[in-house]
Design a protein around this ligand. Sequence first.
Ligand code: FES
Length: 164
Amino acid sequence: MQNNKNDENNFEILNQFRPERTEILKALHSLQNANPQHYISSDAMKAVAKYFNITLGQVYGIVTYYSMFSTKPRGKYIIRLCKSPVCYMKGSFNLKNYLEEHLQLTASTENISADGLFTIETTECLGHCEQAPAMMVNNTIYSNLTREKIDEILHALKTNNYEL
Ligand code: FES
């Protein structure tokens, strides 16, 4: 029953796109954005294969090629720390370790904090090198990061739980 509902939702989203290959990436973005856990489920991949008349293997290949897509559930807030040279030299790696410890993210938690709010990833340059180190939380960029600033950001997200 739940699968039927998921299929309906997936096809409702897919119907907004022309069934042409040039639309596949946009459709995948929409499917991922519509999923509260920010990932592309196997049901969604099957629906994409059917809708665009390509194989499931081709869909999987696209989803796993682009780092912005995930095949696994993620937290409500996806924290992407910049790992490019300037941020790296200014300590982004240490901040990533700090965040992982602070949020108790391990392989066993599948990179989702216990409250379901946070997932940590890395990203290439965010274009804010002059204010390195930088990170992006969903669609918002934060720069000149320190541990204290990260604590403030996490606190704001946890307490206000606002949409970014
Ligand atoms: S190197 Fe991190 S924002 Fe450019």
